[in-house]
Ligand binder design. Structure first.
Ligand code: PLP
Length: 227
């Protein structure tokens, strides 16, 4: 559905206001980046959000990412890959040169990406995805393995530039459990700051304020902007 500009402005203002309140409650120096997740919305709405000042957009499929980058190539947008990457799509993703690949979810995938990046003499900024609530259905490394895996990728995969961590909050209505999954991820992030980690990507439409209060500095928001 194509939403009109005033409607999108209202949604965006509301989300930015909420982010602002949450980040100020942490510290006035705590800066949070908003990445708009456009996967469920029409490409026209991305262009309108650009007019409203939004620059960073995320997609969860390589195919969709490619189509939208092509449709909007005249706009100076920053694109993020946030979904599960199949090995047979690695080369396609490399060719798109996303600003940040947020869903690097295993050492195995990192090794495959390294081979293909090296062959193309290319590099990619990535976040290590953490399965912070240890859910069967979710991708990512366990919190216990996260630090070792991060260091191993740094050592073995020189074409991958790790920038930090990403998680999807626990899939439950239990706020305490969601908070625990964010706190777990944030503590991994803090341990990795001395390794150069600067991005802690946590929080979606239903839980971004909580995520920010737990230390997130990048939120990925879709439905709250396109309702
Ligand atoms: C879809 C998606 C989001 C955004 O979800 P909303 O609840 O619509 O805000 C954020 N992160 C990832 C990884 C997603 O797949």
């Amino acid at each position: 559905m194509i939403l009109d500009k005033e409607h999108l402005r209202k949604n965006l203002d509301e989300v930015i206001w909420n982010i602002e309140q949450a980040r100020i409650s942490v510290s006035e120096h705590h800066i949070v980046k908003l990445v708009t997740v456009a996967k469920y919305t029409d490409v026209e709405n991305i262009a309108t959000l650009y007019e409203l000042g939004q620059r960073a957009f995320g997609e969860n499929q390589v195919q969709q990412l490619r189509e939208r980058m092509a449709q909007l190539e005249d706009l100076p947008l920053e694109w993020h890959m946030i979904g599960r990457l199949q090995k047979n799509k690695i080369n396609n993703l490399i060719d798109l040169r996303p600003a940040l690949m947020q869903s690097l979810d295993s050492l195995d995938l990192a090794r495959e990406m390294q081979k293909k990046l090296e062959a193309k003499e290319s590099k990619m900024n990535c976040l290590l995805q953490i399965n912070s609530a240890r859910e069967e259905t979710k991708a990512g490394v366990s919190p216990e393995e996260a630090i070792d895996t991060y260091l191993q990728i740094k050592e073995e995969c020189p074409s991958i530039t790790l920038k930090g961590v990403m998680t999807i909050g626990a899939h439950t209505d239990d706020t305490k459990a969601i908070q625990a999954s964010f706190e777990t991820t944030h503590s991994v992030f803090q341990s990795l700051e001395k390794e150069g980690a600067t991005i802690c990507s946590m929080g979606m439409s239903g839980d971004y304020e909580l995520a920010i209060k737990c230390g997130s500095n990048l939120v990925r928001i879709g439905s709250a902007l396109f309702k």
